[in-house]
Design a protein around this ligand. Structure first.
Ligand code: TRP
Length: 426
């Protein structure tokens, strides 16, 4: 069995934080290291324009996210790592898929519906206020990201499951209307890594402003960890590890042994200040090597750019031939294009049974008969049907001789049919 292709993208609007790392980047890199893996990871920079119209921020985020994947050790010889906008076939496919997607499907997209609901709640008359066509139809761009590479598994957060289902719908519509060119993708949701707590204990997310940037400086890391919410338990009082953000973050980076030790420290009543110091030192030691690589890469954008361009070349080697097939399937073709005789058609003819051939023959005979039926009727109605039949047949025979190739064959077939039908009068 051929290996399952895994593909995922990250929108370039923010600075990668610990939640992104644990929830998406780390598992993706680990999966890409398995022997039979086939991974496609990309920077979804066109997606950034949907929500963010700050060019500096989009450009900075693109640099940061690219450097992050590389600093964490992604092997770009094994995985295909590229920037969405370096593969123009994706936007080309987006248009074709846009034409295969009903507007009703997009009306049901969560992101769009959330905007409409917000407008309704705010009492706005225009429920589409502030909704760009980009926001409205972005699941189609996402479908193109996925279908362009015929990916099977799409690791995403829960909020993205609907988009993968839409990609399936759109792929199915294309396959049905034109040609079976697209794999139907499936979402892959890792329940375990879903909840990475942020500074306030809620899910770590840019929108809650509670994140710890993955590669912030040592001082910044210390400062942020000191902000993590704790309760009023005194030093010496046993503390519940599982409900503590400090422990949860520690646990996410720790081996089972390290984790057990920390759990014991909590049971033994470690002071919150002490627990924060432990967490800081632990994270700082885990992150310092990749942080150093990250800082080097951030100062060597030419190198990162080159890596991305090489990745795009690999990606386009897959995308361009499929895009050619897609265009041809829809009728967007060179004027001189001639469809190759497909193997399927020739083998179909070979496989016809005698019975099927007889049926086709019978159909042809009846079509000819319909043509000559008025003549037969005339013969039948004549006083002397026998001589009428003879006259008709000799007339047809004479006519036939003066005819050219194609018309002659037709006339011959008709004469054959007449002879059979008129035999009863002769
Ligand atoms: N929309 C996704 C997000 O916000 C990012 C993304 C864009 C993506 N294209 C994709 C994820 C294709 C998986 C596959 O998280």
């Amino acid at each position: 069995m051929s290996s399952q292709r895994v593909l995922t993208g990250i929108t370039t609007t923010g600075t990668p934080h610990i939640g992104n790392y644990l929830g998406a980047i780390k598992p993706a890199i680990e999966a890409s290291e398995k022997p039979n893996s086939d991974s496609f990871f990309f920077l979804a920079d066109y997606h950034a324009l949907i929500k963010c119209h700050d060019p500096e921020r989009v450009a900075r985020s693109t640099r940061e996210i690219a450097a992050t994947w590389l600093a964490l050790g992604l092997d770009t010889n094994k995985a295909t790592f590229y920037r969405q906008t370096d593969v123009p076939e994706i936007t080309e496919l987006t248009w074709i898929l846009t034409c295969m997607c009903s507007k009703g499907l997009m009306n049901r997209a969560h992101a769009y519906k959330a905007s409409v609901d917000a407008n309704r709640d705010a009492g706005k008359e225009d429920l589409d206020d502030g909704v760009s066509m980009g926001l409205f139809s972005y699941p189609i761009l996402m479908a193109a990201d996925i279908l362009m590479f015929n990916a099977h598994k799409i690791p995403v957060g829960k909020d993205q499951i609907q988009h993968i289902e839409m990609a399936r719908d759109i792929a199915g519509k294309f396959n049905h209307s034109f040609e079976e060119l697209f794999v139907l993708p499936e979402a892959q949701v890792d329940e375990q890594t879903q909840l990475i707590p942020g500074l306030d204990g809620r899910k770590m997310s840019k929108s809650y402003d509670n994140t710890i940037p993955l590669f912030c400086s040592t001082d910044e890391l210390r400062r942020l960890i000191n902000q993590i919410k704790t309760d009023l338990r005194e030093p010496g009082e046993p503390k519940d590890a599982d409900s503590s953000t400090l422990f949860q973050l520690y646990n996410l980076f720790a081996s089972s042994n390290e984790s057990l030790k920390m759990r014991q420290a909590f049971e033994n009543g470690i002071a919150w200040g002490e627990a924060k110091r432990e967490l800081f030192e632990f994270l700082d030691s885990k992150l310092s090597a990749p942080r150093e690589r990250y800082n080097l890469l951030m100062n060597d954008m030419a190198e990162v750019e080159m890596t991305l361009l090489r990745g795009a070349e690999k990606a386009r080697a897959e995308a361009a031939p499929l895009m050619d097939k897609v265009r041809i399937a829809t009728g967007i073709r060179p004027l001189t294009y001639v469809a190759p005789v497909s193997k399927k058609e020739t083998s179909k003819q070979k496989e016809l049974s005698d019975e099927e051939l007889a049926r086709i023959d019978e159909g042809r005979r009846r079509a000819i008969l319909r043509q000559v039926q008025p003549l037969i009727d005339q013969v039948e109605a004549a006083n002397d049907s026998k001589s009428a039949a003879q006259t008709l047949l000799s007339q047809k025979q004479t006519e036939l001789e003066s005819l050219k190739k194609k018309a002659k064959v037709k006339a011959e077939n008709e004469l054959e049919a007449l002879k059979i039908e008129l035999a009863r009068f002769l």
